[in-house]
Write a protein that binds this ligand. Structure first.
Ligand code: FDA
Length: 324
């Protein structure tokens, strides 16, 4: 995969922008908020709910954070106006986390307060290892201030994740609300697992650990062994669609959330699996990225993880493996 993946990355980077746009159209809702709204309205009929991501991350000056502050306010207004079943996903570095932590905290706190007024949840996406601890710290600090409409993402490839789950649950108990995923950033083997099977095993074990700790769990994976494990783990705990969360240490259900868990998938990826889960009654959430920085975003994802290029090629030439 390594050499082939890197070859595909190089090839994709040589493609003219309009060709990349044709491929990206499937994974990015469009350039504007209005595109994201149309996509969500269309996909609502598939029983899905959403999390909206304004494309962009690590900024180089604090002034750039203002764009994200304003744009996410517009997203909140649109969710309310169009009565969308949606919440927000934000990248803390786009709010200044790597430039000035104090300012980033203020920016994020302001957004959380605006979102809380409409009972809307905000997910802090997890970026690379430089910001793992500081992203977790933001969530804990906001909960301490009474802003509980926030949770973060943990990455199962990181060796620290089991301890992170324990320490977050110890501090905020059943109010802990996680998205758990493999992790898209290929981190150094000193701090991360590198093999497919060991990452799947870790992810499955983290899902069970989170369920046992009473946390809300957003399972963000398109991988069938992970989805199958989750369904078995839910059954074992007498959890499932249309069953009130039976765990006595869990928090009461929030607006827009499932009974202790939900499945999350990326726009354009394995829609057939998502629709099947929704039909079975599971809450399914689609990650909706939009924005005019789609090209830079797509190229950065390719650099971080050549597997993404392989997924895209597979979806073009072997579409049955990855249905919309
Ligand atoms: P795997 O990579 O094995 O994919 C299983 C199958 O799904 C593939 O064979 C392919 O068919 C399809 N597929 C998966 N990814 C695809 C893609 N990008 N394009 C096309 N097809 C694809 N990571 C992170 O570090 N921080 C974060 O905050 C998030 N947030 C996040 C939100 C949501 C909703 C999802 C679904 C994922 C993330 N991720 C993430 C990314 C995550 O860590 C992981 O890299 C991808 O989900 C791919 O891993 P899978 O478990 O899906 O399995």
């Amino acid at each position: 995969m390594g050499v082939l993946g890197r070859f595909m990355v190089t090839l994709t980077k040589c493609m003219p922008r309009f060709m990349v746009a044709a491929v990206a159209r499937r994974y990015v809702a469009g350039k504007d908020l209005s595109n994201a709204i149309s996509v969500m309205q269309k996909l609502s009929s598939e029983g899905a709910c959403f999390t909206v991501d304004v494309l962009g991350e690590e900024i180089s000056t604090l002034d750039e954070a203002q764009f994200f502050i304003d744009e996410y306010d517009r997203v909140l207004d649109a969710i309310v106006e169009h009565k969308l079943d949606a919440n927000l996903s934000i990248k803390p570095t786009a709010f200044g986390l790597l430039i000035d932590e104090k300012v980033a905290y203020q920016n994020i706190e302001r957004l959380l307060k605006n979102a809380a007024e409409h009972d809307i949840f905000v997910r802090l996406d997890m970026e690379d290892h430089r910001v793992t601890q500081s992203t977790i710290d933001i969530v804990l600090a906001m909960h301490q201030k009474g802003l509980t409409n926030v949770g973060t993402v943990l990455q199962s490839r990181l060796l620290r994740t089991r301890d992170d789950i324990e320490s977050i649950c110890e501090k905020i108990g059943g109010a802990a609300d996680f998205r758990i995923c493999k992790g898209v950033y290929l981190e150094h083997e000193d701090i991360a697992l590198t093999g497919y099977q060991e990452i799947v095993d870790a992810l499955n074990s983290h899902i069970s650990q989170m369920l046992d700790r009473g946390a809300y769990v957003g399972i963000a994976s398109h991988d069938l062994p992970v989805i199958d494990h989750t369904i078995a783990a839910l059954k074992q705990r007498k959890m499932g669609p249309s069953i009130a969360d039976p765990r006595d240490h869990a928090s009461p259900a929030r607006t827009g959330k499932g009974p202790g868990y939900e499945f999350q998938m990326l726009l354009g990826v394995r829609g057939n699996v998502r629709r099947k889960l929704a039909k079975e009654g599971h809450r399914t959430r689609i990650y909706i990225p939009y924005g005019n920085r789609w090209y830079e975003y797509s190229m950065r994802r390719l650099d971080e993880n050549p597997d993404v290029a392989m997924h895209i090629v597979k979806s073009i030439f072997l579409p049955w493996t990855n249905r919309r």
